[in-house]
Design a protein around this ligand. Structure first.
Ligand SMILES: Cc1cc2nc3c(=O)[nH]c(=O)nc-3n(C[C@H](O)[C@H](O)[C@H](O)COP(=O)(O)O)c2cc1C
Length: 319
């Protein structure tokens, strides 16, 4: 692949979603390959002690690279965790013959810049049967199961779990300190953007006050009103399955964008082991990984900041 295509692939990768917008990835460019590494200096040890979400975020970035390559007419051989003695090397993509589903992947690539996490309200949806079956297919291609919560009883039980998870997470001062550290002004190019004026105030509030009850009430409303509530679950629960989940998540989110939908995360119960077990029982899914609220946003989505690409490239990149 030429230098410009390699750079375009990495540029697409960095537009992927990541927990707390931590962008926990690094790239090493070779003549005909790109290596994706975990940047564990950007890990979230309290929120994500096993680096599960870190792998999912990097899986999203990997999928964006694959999509950008498809758009450039390049096929890729993708190896997940290619060096067992180097767990930081998450994936290697090597140029190869074009894939069969390349035209479909290329179409999704067009949506990469328009995907955003939209945490505000969504319009009600009357019939999303086709969308759900398309999204299910995208997830299945990566070996991941997508389930739409359809029963009202299930929805209410999940709302209860999300609210309980908010209370649990916010009651932990270490969790709040970690979140506060990632509330940053947009010019930092990372983190959950708050205006430069407000960021010191917001950080102090989060650090010192347990806002669990407030957040729980807000989350309950979000689950109640979510036009679509989707669960992504994997078969197994380790780094490989997390990378697969990330790739599936990214195609699902971009598939949503193709139809004017966006998504946002209600992952709190997956982050608390006892509540994750209960989510598993409620949904009948062995390893739930991601809980998503999906719909057509009422307001125009806003792009979140990103770090400069140069800071994500490994110094030994030979391009
Ligand atoms: C694995 C994963 C978990 C996430 N969990 C949450 C979450 O619990 N709550 C939330 O509001 N956003 C969550 N996000 C969304 C990120 O905060 C968001 O991707 C990041 O701020 C960048 O914004 P963007 O998606 O608009 O590009 C998550 C994203 C990923 C990939």
């Amino acid at each position: 692949m030429d230098k410009q295509t390699a750079r375009q692939m990495v540029h697409s990768a960095m537009l992927a979603p990541s927990s707390h917008n931590s962008q926990p990835w690094r790239f090493r460019l070779h003549e005909n390959a790109i290596e994706l590494f975990a940047d564990r200096s950007r890990a979230l040890p309290v929120n994500d002690p096993e680096d599960r979400e870190l792998h999912i975020s990097c899986g999203c970035a990997l999928m964006n690279m694959r999509l950008a390559a498809a758009k450039a007419g390049i096929g890729l051989k993708v190896e997940l965790l290619p060096q067992p003695d180097n767990p930081d090397l998450l994936a290697k993509v090597v140029q190869s013959a074009p894939e069969e589903e390349q035209p479909l992947l290329a179409q999704l690539a067009d949506e990469i810049p328009s995907r955003h996490t939209v945490r505000s309200d969504y319009e009600p949806v009357s019939d999303a049967g086709d969308l759900i079956s398309d999204l299910r297919q995208w997830a299945r291609l990566e070996g991941v199961q997508l389930t739409a919560v359809s029963s009202e009883v299930q929805r209410q039980r999940i709302a209860g779990l999300v609210a309980q998870a908010d209370q649990t997470l916010w009651s932990d001062p270490a969790w709040r300190r970690e979140l506060a550290r990632w509330m940053l002004p947009p010019n930092r190019g990372e983190g959950l953007a708050v205006s430069a004026l407000w960021s010191p105030f917001v950080r102090t509030m989060i650090r010192w006050f347990n806002l669990g009850s407030l957040m729980a009430r807000k989350s309950t409303k979000l689950v109640d009103r979510a036009p679509l509530l989707l669960v992504l679950s994997s078969c197994g629960d380790g780094p490989r399955q997390w990378l697969e989940t990330g790739q599936a998540l990214q195609t699902v989110l971009l598939g949503c964008c193709q139809r004017g939908y966006q998504g946002s995360f209600l992952n709190q119960p997956v982050q608390v082991p006892t509540l994750r077990n209960r989510l598993s029982k409620i949904t009948g899914l062995a390893s739930p990984q991601i809980l998503l609220r999906v719909g057509r946003p009422v307001e125009k989505p806003i792009a979140s900041p990103r770090r400069a690409l140069s800071g994500m490239l490994d110094p030994v990149s030979n391009r």
